[in-house]
Ligand binder design. Structure first.
Ligand code: HPA
Length: 276
């Protein structure tokens, strides 16, 4: 099925589930590995397992539950994607970004993308949160590859401001007010599933990467193309390969993600409040 037909099919099922008159929140939050516990802090009014939607990609990654949670966080309406799919799971890149396009298609305007990542920037420590100011997606396939769908966006989108500057400022202010020392920097997406080698990490650092991860840049590209407002926050779950003394495991990634998910929820709730 072509991406546009798939989006229409998935959208009509989704509308059937939530009710044709139901209005979606203006803001969506996409949770990364180990950060699913953040969804527990949402006052949920409805949950929709991804598996209830035919043709919807369902995650096999550890730490990804795979459902939408509709509700309120800090009193503000939100739709949370608890779990996402990744390119390394074997999905084609249009399927990887289908959930984000679905929500944008249904009227969600603002997306806060979160992820677990390996820290590259000097001084980063596991548990740090980093505001994404830009990304490097040169090592992955573009989600815009293939015939352009003009209703979604232009063939050659400008990428100067993928991460909305006003949202960045709001997140900085929110972090300050809840006492979080928020780092900032460039997210580099790798295809995965292998973690990087130390030589790759040294190369990525020279290229200007502050963290490396396996999810967010592709989603940000698809959403920016679609005209949605995008913000990104990374959770540094480990130092990237060769920078720490330990070998990397997905268990450690999920453990650290779970440890910081309360702090993360506080930052998101304060950000939502400030967005008004
Ligand atoms: N590299 C890539 N992706 C990741 C990492 C990492 O070190 N940690 C968590 N996700």
């Amino acid at each position: 099925m072509d991406p546009q037909a798939k989006l229409e099919t998935v959208a009509s099922q989704f509308k059937e589930i939530i009710g044709h008159d139901a209005e979606l929140p203006h803001v969506a939050l996409v949770l990364g590995s180990g950060l699913g516990a953040l969804a527990e802090e949402v006052e949920a009014s409805m949950t929709i397992p991804f598996s209830d939607i035919e043709h919807f990609p369902v995650s096999s990654a550890p730490g990804h539950v795979g459902r939408f949670v509709l509700g309120k966080l800090g009193g503000v309406p939100i739709i949370v994607m608890q779990g996402r799919v990744h390119y390394y799971e074997g999905y084609d890149i249009p399927d990887v970004v289908l959930p984000m396009r679905l929500l944008a298609h249904l009227g969600v305007e603002t997306f806060i993308l979160t992820n677990a990542c390996g820290g590259i920037q000097d001084g980063m420590r596991p548990g740090d949160l980093m505001l994404i100011t830009d990304h490097i997606a040169s090592f992955i396939l573009s989600p815009l590859r293939g015939p352009n769908i003009d209703e979604w966006g232009v063939r050659f989108p400008d990428m100067t401001h993928v991460y909305d500057h006003k949202m960045q400022e709001t997140i900085r202010e929110a972090a300050k007010s809840v006492g979080i020392d928020l780092k900032e920097g460039v997210y580099l997406q790798v295809p995965g599933p292998a973690f990087e080698t130390p030589a790759e990490v040294r190369a990525y650092k020279i290229l200007g990467a502050d963290v490396a991860g396996m999810s967010t840049a592709a989603e940000a590209i698809a959403l920016h193309h679609f005209g949605a407002r995008v913000a990104g926050i990374s959770c540094v779950t480990n130092l990237a390969a060769g920078l720490g003394s330990r070998l990397l495991t997905s268990e450690e990634v999920n453990e650290v993600g779970e440890r910081v998910s309360h702090k993360f929820a506080e930052l998101i709730a304060e950000t939502l409040k400030r967005m008004g």
